[in-house]
Unconditional design. Structure first.
Length: 142
């Protein structure tokens, strides 16, 4: 990775889902903190400069929708990704239209999701790494 690792806050009241996301992000080089509700997550995000906040939507003690909407108002907001089992197209349209960077659905392919978050965080930092060129050459030469 690089000298200044990405920091992520993973917010989910389901410990297994939260731990799986954390594990995948750590494999991508992230330093992760966890919260199990939106209210705690907002306090943590105010105190720490996260590169990314990944949140579930339905949680007791402050849902992820309110957290995402609050974070979107910040001048220097983190990348915001929502991971949910709620598959309502209106909700997805609203979240994306408001500025949420990504919406994914459970069950999640954790490694692919972490790779996407890493690439999005890098793009926000202005880092461009060409991961695909060697892959394209490998696939086309076979």
């Amino acid at each position: 990775m690089h000298d200044n690792p990405y920091r992520a806050l993973v917010v989910d009241d389901e410990s297994i889902a939260r731990d799986m996301i954390v594990h995948a992000l750590e494999r991508e080089g992230f330093l992760c903190d966890i919260a199990d509700n939106g209210l705690d997550a907002k306090s943590m995000a105010e105190a720490t400069g996260y590169d990314a906040v990944i949140t579930d939507l339905r949680m007791p003690g402050g849902h992820g929708y309110a957290l995402a909407r609050d974070l979107l108002t910040w001048q220097h907001r983190p990348l915001i990704a929502v991971v949910t089992s709620m598959d309502d197209p209106r909700l997805v349209k609203d979240l994306i239209a408001c500025g949420v960077d990504d919406v994914e659905f459970k069950p999640l392919h954790y490694n692919l999701f972490a790779a996407k978050v890493s690439a999005l965080a890098g793009r926000r930092r202005g880092i461009r790494i060409n991961y695909i060129q060697p892959l394209i050459a490998w696939k086309l030469d076979r």
